[in-house]
Write a protein that binds this ligand. Structure first.
Ligand SMILES: *Cc1c(COP(=O)(O)O)cnc(C)c1O
Length: 422
């Protein structure tokens, strides 16, 4: 504990007043002024324009247009993918498409990558990765009798690149990693991982769920092979909105995905007898997209495209720095420990605070204090900053209420058992 200066609430209010992005908060529905939302990394807020746009798609597109609306709808997966590619992923047109869930896309692209490296029998993954990523790789390894090497990343600081390098033998077909760790927020060096894997002849599949929309991702410049990611976190596409997938142009024709659906078929409405996938990114599509959820991504991107991701990153770093400073000043004396990299350059847009009572504290914050963040096992409070709408005073007030809750031990009345969703 080295902090001597107290950070006054005015300091946070001044940062808001000087924030060039402050007007963007109005583009989101914030119906409870007293509720502090620090969980945009789990489910982004509802953009103000979304309900109206969805109403229009329902009434005019579905209600009036009926099946004729598919003439335009059929292009949305690709059009929205191109927009994401250009603005948030640093990829080329025709390299990104929106389809299925992140989990399903992981399965599709991992399978395709394994088939493209016949003879190699090892998948390298991260023991600290998001559960669905680990389970899907476990399943693939078991189904195909491959070897799964799970690297021991540091729970607070993420994966050490030397640990990865040591695992990269000539038998490795595929490396699967998250750019930003869902728990600690630790940020990997994408270009360094890609070049190490490339030297070993392995493909890399990135999960960008906690990075897209808040970290300037440069898939092209960093020689990214494959990527997937969620659109309902910092991209604000709404609960369960379909995920994106990226395949670098020159790999597309070499890769065949395992689910041979009609949306990947050449001349789809020719309804031919035999599966013959198109030569481009559409070959990674499967079937009819959940159109209304897909539609909701459009107004969300309309807002995000008005600001470069590098600007969002700058504000995100400032929000994180304020939170870390307040946590050290106010919360460390109450047994909290920063469980994320301290260097902002090594972090995404959330931090984790470790505390033995983190589960009850998280629930107490929600139910009694109108502060929404979340709990991640074993003992982490996870606090996210969505620079489009999180204010500096939200960070100050949220951590102030957290401090008051732990000082009063107000969480001790809560039951120890957890709810189904944390
Ligand atoms: C949020 C998240 C997912 C979500 O997968 P779904 O299929 O949408 O449930 C997957 N991987 C990571 C790393 C995530 O952060």
């Amino acid at each position: 504990m080295s902090m001597k200066t107290k950070v006054a609430r005015d300091t946070a209010a001044d940062l808001d007043a000087a924030d060039p992005l402050r007007a963007f908060r109005r583009e989101f529905v914030c119906p409870e002024p007293d509720t502090i939302y620090l969980d945009g990394n789990s489910l982004g807020r509802l953009p103000t324009a979304t309900a109206g746009f969805l109403g229009q798609v329902v009434r005019d597109g579905w209600g009036a247009g009926l099946v004729r609306s598919w003439e335009t709808w059929i292009n949305w997966s690709r059009q929205l993918g191109d927009r994401l590619a250009a603005h948030t992923l640093g990829a080329q047109p025709g390299e990104v498409v929106i389809s299925d869930s992140t989990s399903v896309n992981l399965y599709k692209l991992a399978t395709a990558a394994l088939d493209a490296r016949p003879g190699r029998r090892t998948i390298v993954a991260d023991l600290g990765d998001f559960p669905t990523n680990r389970y899907i790789m476990q399943g693939l390894a078991e189904q195909r009798r491959l070897r799964l090497v799970t690297l021991r990343s540091d729970p607070d600081h993420g994966l050490d690149l030397d640990v990865l390098r040591r695992a990269l033998s000539g038998d490795v077909a595929l490396v699967v990693l998250s750019l930003v760790s869902y728990r600690s927020g630790a940020l990997l060096d994408m270009a360094a991982v890609n070049s190490a894997a490339e030297r070993a002849g392995a493909l890399v599949l990135w999960d960008l769920s906690h990075a897209a929309g808040v970290i300037p991702v440069r898939l092209g410049a960093a020689q990214g092979d494959l990527a997937v990611g969620s659109t309902y976190k910092y991209l604000n596409g709404g609960p369960g909105s379909p995920a994106f997938l990226y395949v670098r142009k020159d790999l597309q024709r070499q890769l065949r995905q395992p689910i041979w659906g009609w949306f990947g078929q050449r001349d789809q409405f020719g309804m031919g007898e035999v599966y013959d996938p198109v030569g481009d990114i559409d070959r990674f599509l499967v079937g009819t997209p959940p159109l209304l959820s897909l539609a909701a991504i459009q107004p969300a991107l309309d807002v995000m495209e008005r600001v470069p991701i590098s600007r969002l990153r700058e504000k995100s770093v400032q929000l994180g720095a304020l939170a870390v400073r307040l946590a050290e000043e106010w919360l460390a004396p109450h047994g909290f420990r920063l469980a994320s990299p301290r260097d902002p350059a090594r972090r995404g847009s959330h931090i984790a605070l470790a505390h033995p009572e983190a589960s009850r504290i998280s629930r107490g914050l929600r139910s009694e204090n109108k502060v929404i963040c979340d709990f991640r096992p074993p003992d982490r409070l996870r606090i996210g900053f969505a620079p489009l709408y999180t204010r500096f005073v939200d960070v100050w007030d949220g951590l102030d209420r957290l401090r008051a809750l732990v000082e009063s031990r107000g969480y001790e009345q809560l039951p120890v058992d957890m709810s189904r969703v944390t």
